[in-house]
Design a binder for this molecule. Sequence first.
Ligand code: PRP
Length: 481
Amino acid sequence: MRENYYSALKHISKIANSHFGLRKICNSIAKSSAKAVQGDGCCILLLNPQKKYLVTVGAYGLSDFYLKKGPLDAHRSLPEILEGEIVFIADATKDERVQHPQIAQAQGISSILGVPILKKGEATGELRIYSREPRQFSKAEKSFLLSVVDICAVLLEKAELYQLLEKDYRASKRQIKYQVPQLPTNALRPTSFVHPSEEEFAKLLDFYRIEWLYEPRSFPLQWEGNEVVEGFTPDFYLPEMDLYVELTTLKQSLITEKNHKIRRLKELHPEINIRLLDKNDYTQLLAKYGYGPLGEAKVEGIDHVLYSHTQIQRRVRALAKRISQDYSGTTPVLVGILKGVVCFMSDLMQHLSLPVTLDFMAISYYGGDGQVVRITRDLDSSITGQHVLMVEDIVDTGMTLNYVLKHLLAHNPASLRVCTLLDKRTRRLVDVPIDYIGFEVPDEFVIGYGLDYKGEYRNLPFIGILHPEIMEEGESPDTPP
Ligand code: PRP
């Protein structure tokens, strides 16, 4: 038996040190591991960058339908493994820690052993061994698998390092002026996407910080007896939107076929949210988000996206909910300072479940250091005795807000509170009270969603960081407006 483990480890170390791609190596490790402990199957799973889902990077002895059984929630599927424990499941069809017990039953899986892959003490993934017959795992088997996961951890570290070096090298070769940042999902990417549009779409999602999983689930559509004769695997799943996306930039005839499959899928699973993006939809989507040939100008100058459109919308909805509760039974006046607040004000008020009125002010800065403020447009209506909510896009030094609050208080409102989407707290010079904060942001030049650099970028649907090269010499986030 020891001889078995020795030769398996020898093979695994050799393959881990080979020039093959990560997926091929992981498949081979899964096979050697399963055979060495006489398991029927094995898979190697990694946490996605947001640490919410487990993604298969290598497998052996398991059907495609089992591997693509749906997004594997890291907090629901044997969560103790990611806390660093070895977990043994005697009967996968009955244990509530198993997320998809029916599929385990269909696959004929009884026992599972899960071993964490720890990188510098922190779980980044796991190796699972599957067995058709109910069984136990010996101390020697567990000890062997612990060595395998150690090799996996070193392998992953090496893959990440290689990707970083390669990215640097490619950037220097092409002398890219600015780079669209990538989330560290590279290790989880398929070695090759089936179609280049899929890779492009994945990059787009990365850029906008939209979480994605590639082909996590295969849906059986037709059976002959117990055998699945037709299935459908949508290209992407976007967990934030609970949406499956199937891309097609191919011929109309194929679109018709995919539409047929999607219709069938909706009949069988009405709860599934899925969209087929044809070439037009796809190009429009790219252009809408400033990506692709129609809208390159929109991302020129952005170093990276700080908050995606979806993240902003989610946060705005949460703020609106709180404000609606706090102001219940009143009709507050929302006061905004032009121009940066337009996007935020517009979205926020639409989510308020209250009657509100609106007013705007405009101010300008003058004086040698640009820090003396003056009101250039005052309120249209009196706020005396009214509940006033000041709405700001960003509070930076706090000078503007401090000045405006004093001005508003002088009109004796019934109450005065402040809501800002962004709080750049590290730059505060004047201590101002803020009641509702969307996001605390770093000391960087933020643009988009109303915020500008020299009048531009306000129309971006996301909040990004301006690339330092765009800023003129001597300018920094500390430069007064
Ligand atoms: C921004 C923002 C705030 C102010 C905050 O306006 O809308 O009103 O700066 O900065 P502070 O806390 O340092 O005073 P900006 O002057 O850029 O004008 P804009 O709204 O027209 O973009």
